[in-house]
Ligand binder design. Structure first.
Ligand code: BT5
Length: 321
């Protein structure tokens, strides 16, 4: 009932009367009033004016499972959703629960991480206002067949951010999401596997949403939705949007993205056509990124025309952080 009232307030173009609300919900006006009081206690600012009714002025910046799942029935990612106030790292939390038998599709989001992780032992700034979550996928495919999941996850996040905010978010291969030349989102994929069989994959996503006070050393190279749009992000709605895209992209994921998604990925990938630097057998190589192969590998060509296929590791892209 609370969420139906909230939705009606959200959808209303201006004020909505107590009478309208009680009629459409089939409850008394006193019940409506009690729920309005409850919502106010939870941080929603709702104005009430005699003879006009109620108007939602603002919502608290808090993740709500009901708001995340609104209008979306997951077939895979998000079948179970857990929201924590604080954890060390949502990837670690998923790994603990995976070891205890958690099912594929579990999503864990946290309002704050005390030890947010990047790749290669780096850390991820995880102050309140950001969106931090991870999902669990169980598969028995060989590890070599699931490497494209990281690419698919970055693609899904990029689509969701573009749809939610309208900003020109792009992908820096394999899966950083950037705006202009600054990083908006990072993705960390980890897996538990035998040489020939995967047990599970944990994919963790950090999106800078309403967090904008970054430490000095990061200010020049990262950005947030708050900075880019000049307005507050409804993080529950954004998370719902990302989960929906992930669910669609990963439900049809068979070793690689489908052809249409792969073509779209290439269009959104800022790395293509740029000069890059990477290391191969301890040698530093400069080349131009020319394509992304169907398994997600980056294809680069050096000035002598020699082609390289890059599957992982660090790639520096000229002009981007
Ligand atoms: C990543 O690593 O980009 C992967 C980040 C994954 C974070 C998510 S949050 C949910 C889940 N739980 C976790 O513990 N992790 C995942 P990498 O490419 O190594 O980038 C790390 C580098 O990005 C750092 O060394 C900083 O330079 C920079 N950085 C740190 N925090 C940042 C932030 N909030 N926004 C932009 N850049 C940041």
């Amino acid at each position: 009932m609370k969420y139906r009232i909230l939705k009606a307030l959200n959808d209303a173009d201006g004020y909505i009367s107590g009478e309208q609300l009680s009629e459409s919900m089939g409850v008394s006006r006193t019940t409506i009033w009690n729920y309005i009081s409850l919502l106010r206690r939870e941080g929603y600012v709702i104005r009430s004016v005699t003879n006009k009714g109620y108007k939602l002025i603002s919502s608290p910046d808090r993740l709500s499972p009901e708001a995340v799942s609104e209008g979306y029935t997951p077939s895979l990612v998000g079948k179970e959703l857990v929201i924590l106030q604080e954890t060390d790292s949502t990837n670690e939390e998923i790994k603990r629960r995976a070891a205890a038998g958690a099912a594929s599709g579990l999503v864990i989001a946290a309002e704050r991480q005390t030890m947010g992780k990047g790749r290669l032992g780096r850390s991820w700034e995880s102050e309140r206002g950001g969106l931090f979550f991870s999902f669990l996928l169980r598969t028995e495919l060989p590890p070599s067949d699931v490497t494209g999941i990281t690419l698919a996850a970055g693609y899904a996040v990029c689509l969701a951010v573009r749809e939610y905010s309208g900003i020109d978010a792009r992908i820096k291969w394999p899966n950083d999401i950037i705006v202009g030349s600054k990083k908006l989102c990072g993705i960390l994929t980890e897996m538990s596997a035998q040489p020939d069989q995967t047990e599970y994959i944990v994919c963790g996503i950090g999106i800078n949403a309403n967090n904008k006070d970054f430490p000095e050393e990061l200010r020049e190279k990262c950005t947030s939705l708050a900075e880019e749009t000049g307005s507050e992000t409804d993080r529950s709605r954004l998370l719902g949007c990302v989960l929906k895209k992930l669910d669609r992209v990963l439900s049809s994921f068979m070793v690689s993205l489908c052809v249409e998604d792969m073509d779209h990925f290439r269009k959104l990938c800022v790395t293509l056509g740029r000069r890059i630097v990477f290391v191969r057998s301890k040698e530093r190589i400069e080349a131009t990124a020319v394509d992304v192969g169907s398994d997600g590998e980056l294809i680069a060509r050096d000035d002598s025309g020699k082609e390289y296929s890059i599957n992982s590791g660090e790639v520096t892209v000229q002009g981007i952080y």
